[in-house]
Ligand binder design. Sequence first.
Ligand SMILES: Cc1cc2nc3c(=O)[nH]c(=O)nc-3n(C[C@H](O)[C@H](O)[C@H](O)COP(=O)(O)OP(=O)(O)OC[C@H]3O[C@@H](n4cnc5c(N)ncnc54)[C@H](O)[C@@H]3O)c2cc1C
Length: 449
Amino acid sequence: MNEVWKQPSVSFEAYRQMVGQEMGVSSWHLIDQKRIDLYADVIDDRQFIHVDPERAKKTAFGTTVAHGFLTMSLLSVMSYEVIPPVAGVTMRVNYGFDRLRFISPVKSGSRVRGRFTLTEATLRKPGELLSRTAVSVEIDGEIVVSSSEALAFESVPERLVVIGAGYIGLELGSVWSRLGAKVTVLEYLDRILPGMDLETAKDALKVFKRQGLTFELGARVTAVKIAGKGAKRTATVSVDGGAAIEADRVLVAVGRKPNTAGLGLEEAGVDLDERGRVVVDANFATSAAGVYAIGDLVAGPMLAHKASEDGVALIESFKGVAPRVDYNLVPGVVYTEPEIGTVGATEEQLKEQGVPYRKGSFPFSANGRARALGHTDGRVKILAHEQTDRILGVHVIGPRAGELVAEAVLAMTFGASSEDVARTIFAHPTLSEAVKEAALAVEGHALHM
Ligand SMILES: Cc1cc2nc3c(=O)[nH]c(=O)nc-3n(C[C@H](O)[C@H](O)[C@H](O)COP(=O)(O)OP(=O)(O)OC[C@H]3O[C@@H](n4cnc5c(N)ncnc54)[C@H](O)[C@@H]3O)c2cc1C
């Protein structure tokens, strides 16, 4: 057995401070820290040693920041020996895998046996939202930002690129466009508002374009590079097969996923599904006894009111009331101008499921109140079962759509048919008359068309 050298490990705290300084962030909350013992392998002709290539791939030196999260790893040497033995070799460890090497010559192909500890930590910038995106573009928080920073730009960016045409990208993109920014929305799919009723999304696209937003659909962003110094920093957004776009700010809004990574859930026996969501039963109980989960962490729409209803239902279940949150009846509202309000099935979903349906739609241009307000863009669309007439989905784009869709949620919660709504008396002149008219239109009887 050879002599075994020991080296003191670099303190994680020192490393954290160093990386924090490099990134201009003075404090991070530690939300997870893992120590993994590794066993060394072959020395190559550049004197680098290789420690489990799979592991090395996942934990390359450096930092990954997504929505304020920082994952960093520190490799420290506990002990090692070289086989065959070499006298007096010194190993240099410089905070990361790619810098772990011998500084005195060791024959290429020699083996190293020893214990190295990799400390991996996930940190969060104070004040950040914990819901993360699956984005691969690095967010620096100033030029390339998440929705949190895009809520608080100090001045209106001249050119704003929004990556992702979901509700968050469109809401924030529209706001900055109204304030004077030239906004370009890049979307990987060939449509905006993925998951929403397609016809409604197409209506929305027309309106947003008319408002001055530029859209590039089917555009896959491949890289975002920041150049320049200080206040003059700008970004270049590269798009697969398209021209690069220059921007003063880039908002990454490519979707959110449950923040279950690094909480030690698996170790606690809490099952996750393939999308990283916590698996719960009808009473929100997880697979670990006494552990419950609600809200964005579990299946269903990732919306505030859904999370809130989950919470109420969970407490009710503790009191012996059978909880019931119908995720098919969770309304979704896009707070653009005009708003978009939607509940239940989309036409695409009904077609996919082979559900026979009839459709009634009514434009706000034929609604007196909308005309008086000067907000005539959009329509109400009602989808009802072809045989039972039960309302299956309602999609509204237009003035106060977020309020109007509440009527549809109420009707659907009570299992209303389109005829029930069509026979209900609505005050005149109100925007809600468009809901009645759309219900009448299911039978082809709209009064003002
Ligand atoms: C930009 C943006 C706009 C949105 N707009 C809307 C909207 O208009 N309407 C709508 O309905 N929804 C909206 N949402 C979604 C909504 O915010 C979420 O669906 C909702 O907040 C989910 O509630 P939750 O309680 O599950 O999670 P959260 O609200 O994320 O709450 C989780 C809490 O747990 C804390 N936490 C996480 N990990 C740990 C830990 N390890 N230790 C201690 N604490 C921890 C977090 O800091 C946070 O306070 C929006 C989201 C974003 C990002």
